[in-house]
Design a protein around this ligand. Structure first.
Ligand code: AKB
Length: 324
């Protein structure tokens, strides 16, 4: 790690919670500043190390936090995801792009040394080869979120080439975790299904049974995020964003896996507007470049991920039911 501290923007979000907890374990509690416009639901994020209430659309406030804590690495996770962005296109574009420019400009001005910024499989669209989607291929997204991520990737690469900004990025697939809920994404069903299966034995999917999407268990995503951010600069030649693959499954496929643990579980299907978004995305991703360049390797497949999710959500429910 470089000499200064780490700032996580969007620490109350699905990725932010897991990332802050892991970074604090690896680099020390006081070296990782969590920030968000919301108060995180997990008290540890606020109590376990420095926390700043930060509106990322206020660049002066961002500068204040960076200078106050001597930040040199920023993980900028704040964004509006695909489903919510379709309902609020102007706000999504503003949040996703303006905040990226603020962080890129901080690095350009020499105030920070390194940036991690997430892209997404949403950069792909209906004209992209949908199976084993290559790193370099047609990217014609049809969602506001996808357009913002594709533009963001190109700006990251531009700032790297023109101004030497050290920015690294991954195209996250749908992420599955139990510590913090996702919000506003098209892949959120793959988290909701576990909570509903355990609590009610039934789930109504907002995607059709045979819609296959690329997904990843959160521990793999966090490991990839920290690995790419800390890889030697010459091991990260791609400065747009790297394809990353974990697993691919359909709603019917994950339901069958859950049934192995909860035999009475049932699922039905009631597709909504998110079906169109899912239909525009690939069903599986080729991540040869990430493997070759910085040594990426996934650890969790569908069965390992399902086992952990069911065990941990059951443990959370049991803990919340303990009465004194
Ligand atoms: C979403 O569904 O919008 C996100 C993503 C794939 O980037 N999870």
């Amino acid at each position: 790690m470089a000499s200064g501290k780490i700032l996580v923007i969007g620490a109350a979000g699905q990725i932010g919670v897991d990332l802050v907890l892991t970074l604090r374990k690896e680099f020390g509690d006081t070296n990782v500043v969590a920030s968000d416009i919301r108060v995180p639901a997990i008290p540890e994020i606020v109590d376990g190390g420095p926390f700043e209430n930060l509106n990322i659309l206020n660049d002066q406030d961002l500068l204040r936090v960076v200078e106050k804590h001597n930040i040199d690495t920023v993980y900028h996770l704040a964004a509006m995801l695909s489903a919510t962005a379709e309902k609020n296109p102007d706000k999504a574009w503003d949040l996703n792009m303006t905040s990226l420019f603020y962080v890129l400009d901080l690095a350009r001005a020499g105030k920070i040394k390194k940036i991690f910024w997430p892209s997404s499989i949403a950069v792909f669209g209906p004209t992209t080869p949908p199976i084993d989607t290559p790193q370099h291929t047609i990217c014609e997204p049809t969602t506001v979120y996808g357009i913002s991520k594709l533009a963001g990737e190109q700006w990251c690469s531009y700032y790297h080439q023109k101004f030497g900004v050290d920015v690294r990025s991954i195209r996250y697939p749908g992420l599955i975790s139990y510590k913090s809920a996702p919000g506003g994404g098209t892949t959120d069903y793959a988290v909701e299904i576990f909570h509903e299966a355990i609590r009610h034995g039934h789930y109504t999917s907002f995607l059709k049974e045979d819609t296959a999407l690329p997904m990843m268990y959160m521990d793999d995503a966090i490991r990839a995020t920290i690995e790419i951010t800390n890889a030697p600069a010459d091991r990260v030649p791609i400065r747009t964003s790297y394809n990353l693959s974990g697993m691919s499954f359909t709603p019917a496929g994950i339901a069958a896996e859950i049934k192995k643990h909860i035999p009475g579980f049932t699922i039905d299907y009631n597709p909504d507007f998110r079906q169109n978004i899912a239909d525009s995305w690939p069903s599986s991703i080729n991540d040869d470049y990430a493997r070759r360049d910085w040594g990426w390797q996934r650890q969790y497949d569908l069965s390992a991920m399902t086992e952990v999710m069911i065990r941990e959500i059951r443990a959370q429910i049991a803990a919340s039911e303990v009465t004194f």
